[in-house]
Design a protein around this ligand. Structure first.
Ligand code: NIG
Length: 408
């Protein structure tokens, strides 16, 4: 396949650079694919011939978007909690009184396999239609060995035909189970669940470091067990309190530290030094009416910033890539180019996916053609999805040309 006459955002520039520089744009460019790989990136005039030729008509061609933080396999809803929060209750108060994550655990355990697969697949399909070709998905609503492994198994089913590759992450330390004491759970997670989860297809591991959730020592034990099992470690860090979570993530050589609404200067410097990606989740900060994490100090320190949707039934229920890009700009202070970089090259780094996130020869042919030539248009005309062509692993998955919103 050959896509010609495109404004190619290769994402090979430095994220902190000004204007469109992070995108390292090739004007009048072409991308050729063979099988699932990119075989040519350059000017249209030098492109090889191909069976299938698509004229991009000058529109922006970016790598397939990557969502590095979701909790999108769950059952039930927590709209009532949202209303409670809007009336003044806090997320942690609701969790302390039996709601929150535990309420979704109850609904998820009670749901049939078919319901869980259908719900997750629908959410993945919505992401795919917006240009997301890879999404990380966490467990964490099972909270028993059997229920956590069930979610990993069902995720594989949900991903089939969804058009978006799932990167499954074991989040066993999401909340302490109510049926057994936390020491027993931690022991089970470290000794039994983690190695079994790796065999069941988990690629990452994660833990929720927070007052009312898990302590530094508990998170350390779980993430070290994950690393021993070959899982890529992540940490929910500094969301509601400054608990030196970023420093712990850096210390454990985590691929990412996620949330960071309450990160400190020491935390910022630790992430930059360790190369641990700061995954910002501005839609959750907005949803919970918290102060969002700011990108500028992270970028100034030399840290890499990624953006994640954090789709989940509790702290963030908005399913829109367009609004995520807008929130990355309006709430975190990223420029449009930096936000797009955060959703591609930055997110690939956050998941240690070395074969995607940029448009380069040899990488996987995951591509999204937007309905605009101007990256500034994406967070500007927000609330509508701008993907007009989505290619995953060399296959056209969605072709909305002619029906995508017109820009300009
Ligand atoms: O990343 N903070 C912990 N986990 C999710 C919320 C999950 C839930 O409330 O169900 C988050 O915000």
């Amino acid at each position: 396949m050959l896509i010609t006459n495109a404004r190619i955002a290769t994402m090979t520039g430095a994220q902190g650079a000004e204007g469109e520089k992070p995108l390292a744009i090739v004007e009048g460019g072409a991308v050729a694919t063979d099988g699932d790989r990119i075989v040519y990136v350059g000017h249209s005039s030098g492109a090889p011939g191909a069976e299938q030729v698509i004229d991009a008509q000058g529109a922006l061609l970016a790598p397939g978007l990557i969502d590095p933080h979701t909790h999108l396999i769950f059952a039930g809803d927590r709209a009532g909690e949202h209303a409670q929060r809007l009336a003044g209750a806090s997320y942690l108060d609701i969790a302390r009184t039996g709601g929150g994550i535990h309420s979704t655990v109850r609904a998820t355990r009670a749901a049939s396999d078919e319901q869980l697969i259908a719900g997750a697949r629908e959410r993945l399909q919505r992401l795919a239609r917006s240009g997301v070709t890879s999404a990380e998905v966490k467990t964490g609503y099972g909270l028993s060995i059997q229920d956590e492994l069930r979610l990993l198994r069902l995720l594989r089913e949900a991903a089939r035909g969804a058009g978006c590759e799932v990167i499954p992450t074991l989040l066993a330390l999401h909340a302490a189970p109510t049926e057994i004491d936390r020491e027993t759970w931690l022991h089970q997670v470290v000794e039994d669940l983690t190695p079994e989860a790796a065999r069941e297809g988990a690629r990452g591991c994660d833990a929720f470091l927070e007052q009312g959730a898990f302590s530094r020592d508990e998170c350390r034990l779980a993430l070290e067990a994950g690393a021993r099992a070959g899982l890529v470690p992540h940490l929910h860090a500094d969301q509601f309190s400054s608990s030196a979570g970023a420093q712990l993530a850096a210390d454990l050589d985590c691929a990412s530290a996620d949330h960071l609404e309450r990160i400190t200067l020491d935390g910022i410097l630790a992430l930059a030094r360790a190369g641990t990606v700061a995954v910002l989740l501005p839609l959750a900060a907005w949803f919970l009416r918290e102060k969002p994490a700011q990108a500028a100090p992270l970028l100034e320190a030399g840290a890499v910033v990624a953006l994640g949707s954090n789709i989940n039934p509790g702290s963030q229920r908005i399913e829109s890539v367009s609004l995520l890009l807008a929130a990355g700009c309006l709430l975190c202070g990223l420029t449009p180019a930096q936000a797009l970089w955060a959703c591609t090259a930055g997110a690939a780094r956050a998941l240690r996916l070395e074969d995607r996130g940029q448009i380069r020869q040899g990488l996987r042919a995951d591509l999204v053609l937007f309905s605009t030539r101007d990256p500034a248009h994406l967070p500007y005309h927000a609330g509508v999805e701008h993907a007009q062509l989505v290619v995953q692993a060399g296959r056209v998955l969605h072709d909305f040309r002619g029906t995508a919103p017109r820009c300009g």
